[in-house]
Design a protein. Structure first.
Lengths: 530, 530
């Protein structure tokens, strides 16, 4: 099916509006052929109402039915074949190998959520049976589990056109919870979004779900997102993007008559600490690994290592020299869009305007064909870093800031000055575990993930993954947007008091017909209740 | 130790301010002898800084050490003896039997959290081991668990001077998480609060915790609470009280440079549905049970049944008649304070000003000795109720609103028109399970707890309890303020990637030295990792 440029409202193409835009090929700075129609307020309202109607049905679907949908979405995405990758590459310039990997991640996370649903304990069933003889009053029977919250708005990310977009992690976890999704496409890759949305729609239809379970709305202006967040029937918002964008949605949601949660994953500069022994042992290979992480996807990763704490020693400076050499030797990647190029140039200029910050290499837009910024290494001192919280601002692109630390004490003090980030990484030799453990302990309150002798890019989709962190990394540090526990964002507990067994949901019935792990009278068990 | 009227900042009495107030004996509308000093901004800052310093230590305390503190707090409260109950009774007029029960609840929930800590699985340890041979890249080892978030501000409730106040459920769950607490006492019972705070302090000292782990601040004006919520070192807020109060804190927290969560449990009118067969079978006993629940504690319960859906039949109206008779026959209780009396009179007058609402009995302040409002039954029709969301506003006191429903269809429509509440109760005869199940399904999205053939007052402190619900019942419907999962509000996940076993927290180490339930590679187990 060709790309129409229309919105997809509850299974129907729709282009009622007059505001249009095109995607831009970032390699040529040239607009594509297809005209995309921004959703009107009426189309948005139609999508949300259809989602609410769909939810009236899907809220009671058994987990296996949701699992089947997720598997089908994965299969439909695979059935799109090379067209999906080629379309995404035209719109993002991320390259076919990366996009093939991203597609594999997208389908595998859909299937991982399907497996989670079939295992079943994600509903967190807890049962406390009655104590009819308790004095002075009998204790009633109380049973509790999680249920879906209702229609969710997901904002696609610019930098992951597949894995954090139309059928990405947020959509997968909302669908897994049983929640309909209204997907706000990113204007950087509207054709990729429409293609994927068509695949999602085919899965929704094939599995007999109501059409309103999924809608795609296009838009390049702020109003589309604001209208979604303000709609009274929306129950939660998931977002991956900039601090400014995420905070605007958070503020709009908090100002509603009925506030709703915003799960925004925003800026992070992902500090990396290098202890002296790690630099001594790691040498060129360590520099190579670091540069590969900093320049991955032209640095357009939430987990890009943007802050390097390095000992201010001859070896430390030599290490920084190796990093600079390798950064300079790499062809800088093509950036996703004009805003990112402009924003990156502005952020780097702003950082360089601070006292005590110098530019070791790069620092400017690379003129020529595509959107491009030079691979850049900035440098400052721990004292300057600690004194100036603005030096923790994100540079979204192939840019990293070296912070030279006179000694361990300065490195620990710098760690203590960090605000919230998604990750922190520590490189230490075996004889440095003592100070490394102190460092790890100090950063634990600042991040969602601590990486040992490695780099933060590459976020595994596993049960244990925590992709989150204190503000400004996210607006909801107790949740994650990657990994199996991401489903909890879209679930809410309800308790049942003295409800007859036959009227309870299967997960709470005495016989445990689903065979799931539950907490019964304080004990984990898969056994039924006597 | 006598009541000083001072704040208790990190174990030290402090009364730097000039704003003072006294508690009022609600039975006599007369101020007590003790002058209480409202905390100054500097005292508040001192309390929060001391809490942050304390957290630097307590954040790594093992669970058993936190459990020992909770047990000790319970013992110290019991050691206060009758003085605590008598003081609370003077300040609240709730009566000694009720207060003795509330004390038992308070100590038992402290001990229940201690048991939760000793069992240990509340840290939600999840482990995904490495796959070194995975293609194209090896999968790292990822392990994740929950950690305490830091200093928490707890606002004590007017209506539970023990169980939702200084050492109540919020404090117990924050302490259990390992988080220091700055307790904002309620101005209705400052002496009770100080007594309890002294007991908490003795426990903190006896168990060797840093003194900043707990502080009590007194205050009757809004500024004290606002200063706490705005303090940069506060990580979360727990509140039980009015919609207006809770929303003001929520708005202040959302407007911070770094927003923090507000767990506010606010207004609820707790709809109760009576199907015809239940009225037929239940008769006078049912009316008696209902009236006992409506008038419990002078109706000053978050779970007070304030909305009764009754069939508009001869039997239904006879039932309402029995309820009115019994309400009129009961001596109305003494209200907690002047604001509650004034607020209740205003709320009832406001409701009566709506078209289609009549007053069956009561409806006015009872003149005489104490703060007192007549036991009140209002009545309206389902049509009026559905048309007017304001009829779901809380009347905090011994007041309930009967909604006469022409038939099942109207009752279901009224259920669909509900906004968020803490609970919904359904009374049905065995031959009415079909429609009752439909009703239960419809209210599931509106409440945190569904009660079958019972009344919502009496919130059991068990693992499965959910005391929460969609806004405006709470600002955080995915959490609970009663029951063991209340601890999650004060915990946050952190993942560890490839961290050596010896440097991992015990809960995540291969050998599982704590012997806790964990999810390892997707399977629940207490076994160690090979």
């Amino acid at each position: 099916m060709p790309i129409t440029g229309h919105n997809l409202i509850a299974g129907q193409f729709s282009h009622d509006g007059t505001i249009t835009f095109r995607s831009i090929d970032p390699r040529r700075r040239a607009p594509g052929d297809t005209v995309f129609y921004e959703a009107t307020p009426e189309e948005i309202d139609r999508a949300v109402r259809a989602a609410a109607d769909a939810f009236a049905e899907t809220r009671n679907y058994p987990a296996r039915r949701l699992a089947d949908l997720l598997d089908r979405v994965a299969a439909e995405i695979e059935a799109l074949g090379d067209e999906l990758l080629e379309t995404a590459d035209r719109e993002t310039a991320l390259g076919l190998p990366r996009l093939a990997g991203e597609r594999a991640r997208t389908t595998s996370q859909l299937r991982a959520f399907a497996a989670l649903l079939r295992e079943g304990s994600y509903v967190e069933a807890i049962i406390d049976t009655a104590l009819p003889n308790r004095q002075p009053t009998p204790r009633p029977d109380i049973r509790r589990m999680l249920f879906p919250i209702g229609p969710v708005t997901v904002f696609a990310a610019s930098n992951f056109p597949l894995a954090f977009s139309v059928a990405g992690g947020d959509t997968a976890s909302a669908f897994a919870a049983g929640c309909p999704v209204i997907l706000k496409a990113h204007p950087s890759h509207p054709a990729t979004s429409e293609l994927t949305a068509q695949a999602v729609n085919r899965a929704v239809e094939a599995q007999g779900f109501p059409a309103g379970f999924f809608s795609l709305v296009q838009g390049a202006s702020v109003e589309v997102g604001q209208a979604l967040v303000r709609h009274p029937a929306i129950e939660a918002v998931a977002f991956t993007g900039s601090l400014r964008g995420g905070r605007a949605l958070f503020d709009a949601a908090a100002a509603r008559a009925r506030p709703i949660p915003v799960y925004a994953e925003m800026g992070s500069v992902n500090p990396v600490f290098f202890l002296p022994g790690a630099i001594r042992d790691g040498g060129a290979a360590l520099a190579e690994g670091l540069v590969a992480s900093v320049t991955l996807g032209a640095g357009q990763f939430c987990t890009n290592p943007g802050l390097l704490f390095v000992p201010d020693t001859a070896e430390g400076r030599a290490f920084v020299g190796m990093v600079c050499e390798r950064m300079a030797a790499r062809e800088p990647g093509v950036l996703l869009n004009a805003q990112i190029e402009r924003g990156l140039a502005g952020a780097v200029a702003e950082t360089l305007s601070h006292p005590g910050v110098e530019c070791l290499i790069g620092g400017e837009i690379v003129p020529g064909g595509g959107y491009c910024f030079a691979n850049t290494v900035l440098q400052t001192t721990a004292a300057a870093f600690i004194a100036d919280p603005a030096l923790q601002s994100e540079h979204f692109g192939p840019v990293t800031l070296v912070v030279l630390c006179a000694d361990e004490g300065e490195m620990l003090a710098a760690a203590g000055a960090l605000h919230g980030h998604l990750t922190a990484s520590i490189h230490a030799a075996p004889d440095e575990w003592g100070v490394a453990a102190t460092l790890a302990d100090r950063v634990r309150d600042k991040v969602g993930r601590i990486v040992w002798n490695g780099f933060p890019t590459g976020v595994e989709v596993v049960y244990a993954m925590q992709h989150g962190g204190p503000y400004p990394a996210t607006t909801a540090p107790a949740t994650t947007s990657v990994g199996m526990t991401a489903i909890r964002r879209f679930l809410r507990p309800v308790a049942f008091q003295n409800v007859p067994d036959a009227l309870l949901p299967p997960a709470l019935q005495n016989a445990n017909p689903l065979g799931i792990w539950r907490i019964v009278n304080g004990q984990w068990t898969r056994a039924g209740v006597e």
